[in-house]
Design a protein around this ligand. Structure first.
Ligand SMILES: C[S@@+](CC[C@H](N)C(=O)[O-])C[C@H]1O[C@@H](n2cnc3c(N)ncnc32)[C@H](O)[C@@H]1O
Length: 304
C-alpha cells in the first residue's frame, strides 16, 4: 500500500556505542551474483515485535541503555562517538546514540531535494538533511515504532520545520509512491530488518531514476557464533541481524542498483562485556581467535 507525499503533519526514534572504531578504510565492492537470505514469516514478525518494543522503551526513556542494555545503544558498543560534533543541523535532542555512521556526510544531498530517512528514530539524520535541503526541499522519516515517531514529531515542532515529516511505517512496505524520492538515507537500521531483499526492493521502488541511496549499517565478515547471532539483545544492538558484507552487497546489486561503492568502513571492536552475556568462556575464546569481525559501513548505490 502506498500513500501520497502530501505534507502529512509531523513524526520521531533511535542504534549507538565508545572507542570502538578503527581507522576508516575504503573498500571496493565485489558481490556474489545470487543471494538467499530468507527469514521465516513467523520469525520475522517476532523480530519486528521485539525490535519495536526495545525502541519504544528507548524512545520513551530517552536512554539507549534501558532494558538489559547489551549491545549497540548502550555504550557497550559506541559506533559513532562524537562523529556528529561538527555536523551542521545536528540536534542533540534527536540523538539517542543509536547510529553507526554519518550517512549524510557521503549522501551528496542538495538544496531543494526530497530525501527519505529509513528508521528515522528521533530525527537525528532527518534534521541534518533539513539543514542541507533547506526550505525548498522535503524530508521524510519512516519508522515502525510509534513512540519514536512521536518523539521525532515533538522535536520537529520545537524546531518549527514545516517540511520535515515523520511517518509510521515498515521499511519492507514503504508508505511512499514509486519514483518519488531523490535520495534515501538510513543509519544503523537495515541490520534490524528481517527481509533485506524486500527492504532494498522498496528503496529501489521509491527512488526516482537517477536517484541514489547512502546507507550506514552493520555487517559481518567471517563466522559470527550462532549464540551471538541468536541473542535478541545483541540483535537489537545492531549485531545479530548483520548480514555478511559480500551478501549485503549482493543484495544491493540484485535489487537493481548500479555504481555501488562503500564510502566508509570501520571495524567494530566489540568489548568483552558485550559478548560475555551470550557466549560461554570456550565460545568466547573461539570467537576471539577467529577472523570474524563486525564492521560499520556506509554504502552508496544508484538507481539507473
Ligand atoms: C538503531 S535505531 C536508529 C535510529 C536512527 N536512525 C538514529 O540513528 O538515531 C533503529 C530504528 O529503526 C526502526 N526500525 C527498525 N526496523 C524497522 C522497520 N522494519 N521499519 C521501520 N522502522 C524500523 C526502529 O524503530 C528504530 O527507531
Amino acid at each position: 500500500m502506498t500513500t501520497t507525499l502530501a505534507p502529512e503533519p509531523q513524526a520521531t526514534a533511535a542504534c549507538c556505542g565508545p572507542d570502538c572504531c578503527a581507522d576508516d578504510a575504503v573498500a571496493t565492492l565485489e558481490a556474489p551474483a545470487e543471494v538467499s537470505i530468507e527469514t521465516p514469516i513467523e520469525t520475522a514478525e517476532s523480530i519486528k515485535t521485539t525490535v519495536r518494543e526495545k525502541y519504544a522503551e528507548i524512545a520513551v526513556s530517552g536512554d539507549s541503555c534501558c532494558g538489559t542494555g547489551s549491545g549497540c545503544g548502550c555504550g557497550d558498543i559506541d559506533m559513532i562517538g562524537d562523529a556528529y560534533a561538527d555536523t551542521e543541523g545536528y540536534v542533540a535532542d534527536a540523538d539517542l546514540k543509536l547510529g553507526c555512521g554519518v550517512p549524510t556526510e557521503y549522501a551528496n544531498i542538495h538544496e531543494g531535494q526530497t530525501v527519505l530517512d529509513l528508521g528515522s528514530g528521533a530525527g537525528l539524520d532527518a534534521f541534518v538533511v533539513r539543514q542541507i535541503v533547506g526550505e525548498t526541499g522535503r524530508v521524510f522519516g519512516v519508522d515502525m515504532t510509534p513512540e519514536m515517531i512521536g518523539r521525532a514529531r515533538e522535536n520537529t515542532k520545537k524546531l518549527g520545520f514545516d517540511n520535515v515529516f515523520f511517518v509510521e511505517g515498515d521499511i519492507e512496505n514503504l508508505p511512499l509512491p514509486d519514483n518519488s524520492v531523490d535520495v534515501v538515507i538510513s543509519n544503523c537500521v537495515l541490520n534490524l530488518v528481517p527481509d533485506k531483499e524486500q527492504a532494498f526492493a522498496e528503496v529501489f521502488r521509491v527512488l526516482r531514476p537517477g536517484g541514489h541511496f547512502c546507507i550506514s549499517d552493520v555487517v559481518s565478515r567471517g563466522e559470527i557464533p550462532a549464540s551471538v547471532r541468536q541473542s535478541v539483545e545483541l540483535y537489537v544492538g545492531c549485531v545479530g541481524g548483520a548480514l555478511d558484507y559480500d551478501v549485503y552487497l549482493g543484495t544491493v546489486r540484485s535489487a537493481g542498483f548500479a555504481q555501488i561503492e562503500t564510502a566508509q568502513a570501520r571495524v567494530i571492536d566489540i568489548p568483552d562485556a558485550a559478548v560475555e552475556a551470550v557466549l560461554s568462556p570456550t565460545d568466547r575464546l573461539a570467537f576471539a581467535d577467529s577472523d570474524a569481525t563486525l564492521m560499520s559501513v556506509t554504502v552508496i548505490g544508484h538507481k539507473p
